[in-house]
Design a protein around this ligand. Structure first.
Ligand code: FES
Ligand SMILES: [Fe+2]
Length: 436
């Protein structure tokens, strides 16, 4: 054990010990003290629009079910039959009709997890098991919270409520939903699932790493820029916005450094936008007219003027609200992480605006893009290097000691500061040393 039982010693203000990324015992503690204590994103209400609908996912390594009952209620349940423990939903998603029915001995459960029927019921006469015994029903997540349609659950019975815990990170969901003329989003009910050969924290740290794009994604950005140039030469028109999603990676260091990152309590962080998402093509102008009609000119301007690129909801989400993208992080092992890559539709917005989200989903976030492949290579490469004995510390020294802080909010002095990583590890240390 690299830390002699003193977890706090692994995190210093400007560097962290590599055991945080590689040690199996640390990983188990992360499950208990972070993933089973904080709020974890489960799914969006629109994934289960109809009674009987369910979708399965994970909180930490616990398999969970998001379900919809006959009265429209949404529930988060452990995916376990109370009889002999079989998975109740081995499928990823579907409609269970009136009840979950276990494939082993046919115990049945309402969509809220309460037991509906036990076969050969008289076999339980004079035993401790009965329909009335709570142990005959599926267990629910201790707490569930919904913010603007986004469902979170906590496996701990105590802790801050969801809205307090989200704090400034609420911006992720407010910005995304406010951009819909109807004030709501709807999931596009499919997702890419990628298993990264790296620790879950490496992905989250990369999301607000504003130095890496012009290096890691340089070749992609340069190629996109060349295509943009050819398009302009050929047509005389400005290239479609989707090209800019890739060519933006060629922005110079000065531009990245001028961005602002803001660290919030609990490890949440926000990176300011850089792509310029208000072009003057007819589709965008039409959308802005619809927004003005829905909200009034002043409020519409306020909404469209919000300038966010990423919101990190620690430890489980990366949200790109202006393009309706969400990536959920599901740790599997110290060196294995499942990411679910989702996108959403703005309710009431015209189709071309949805095509913009779809383009970003495909061009930047999908497993088949060069952007994602370049990031995945870095994640794998870091995990491999951290397993070597060539050094024990990971450096977060860039602009260390210079983070202006007020009321728990840390503003970075420069866009390329490693302040967001330091902020994440501050939360990590708080979680990991509490009750340890
Ligand atoms: S294990 Fe589910 S009914 Fe027996
Ligand atoms: Fe990247």
């Amino acid at each position: 054990m690299a830390y002699n039982g003193n977890i706090g010693s692994l995190v210093e203000p400007d560097r962290v010990h590599r055991a945080c990324y590689t040690d199996q015992e640390i990983f188990e503690l992360e499950m208990d003290r972070i993933f089973y204590k904080s709020w974890i994103y489960v799914g969006h209400e629109s994934q289960v629009p109809n009674p009987g609908d369910f979708w399965t996912t994970y909180i930490g390594r616990q398999r969970m079910i998001l379900s919809r009952d006959d009265n429209g209620g949404v529930h988060v349940l452990y995916n376990r039959c109370p009889h002999r423990g079989a998975l109740l939903c081995p499928e990823r998603n579907g409609n269970a009709g009136k009840a979950f029915r276990c494939s082993y001995h046919a115990w049945q459960f309402h969509m809220d997890g309460s037991v509906r029927q036990i076969p050969v019921k008289n076999g339980y006469d004079n035993t401790r098991m009965s329909m009335e015994n709570p142990a005959a029903s599926m267990k629910k997540a201790e707490r569930m919270g919904v913010y603007r349609g986004f469902v979170f659950a906590s496996l701990a019975s105590e802790g801050p409520d969801l809205v307090d815990w989200l704090g400034g990170a609420k911006a992720a969901f407010d910005d995304m939903c406010d951009r819909a003329p109807e004030g709501e989003v709807e999931v596009v009910p499919t997702c890419f699932r990628v298993v990264q050969k790296s620790n879950w924290k490496i992905f989250l740290e990369n999301q607000l790493d504003a130095l890496h794009p012009s290096i890691t994604h340089e070749s992609t950005g340069m190629a996109a820029k060349e295509i943009e140039r050819q398009f302009e030469d050929r047509t005389g028109d400005a290239p479609p916005m989707s090209y800019g999603m890739l060519s933006a990676f060629t922005l110079p260091f000065e531009k990245w450094d001028s961005l602002e990152t803001i660290g919030h309590p609990h490890g949440h962080c926000i990176l300011q936008g850089y792509m310029g998402l208000r072009p003057s093509d007819p589709d965008s102008v039409h959308y802005e007219e619809i927004m003005k009609a829905a909200y009034g000119a002043e409020r519409a301007e306020e909404i469209l003027g919000v300038n966010i690129h990423h919101v990190l909801v620690y430890p489980c989400l990366s949200v790109q609200s202006p393009l309706q993208q969400l990536r959920a992080v599901r740790p599997l092992a110290p060196d294995r992480t499942l990411t679910e890559i989702w996108h959403f539709r703005l309710k009431g917005a015209p189709e071309p605006i949805y095509r913009r989200s779809l383009a970003y989903f495909y061009h930047v976030n999908s497993p088949s893009t060069m952007v994602n492949a370049d990031d995945l290579h870095n994640f794998w490469s870091c995990q491999e290097g951290l397993s070597l004995d060539g050094g024990d510390w990971v450096s977060f020294h860039r602009n260390a000691g210079q983070d202006p802080e007020q009321d728990g909010i840390v503003t970075s002095v420069t866009g390329m500061s490693e302040a967001p990583m330091r902020n994440q590890f501050r939360a990590w240390k708080t979680y990991m040393t509490a009750g340890g």
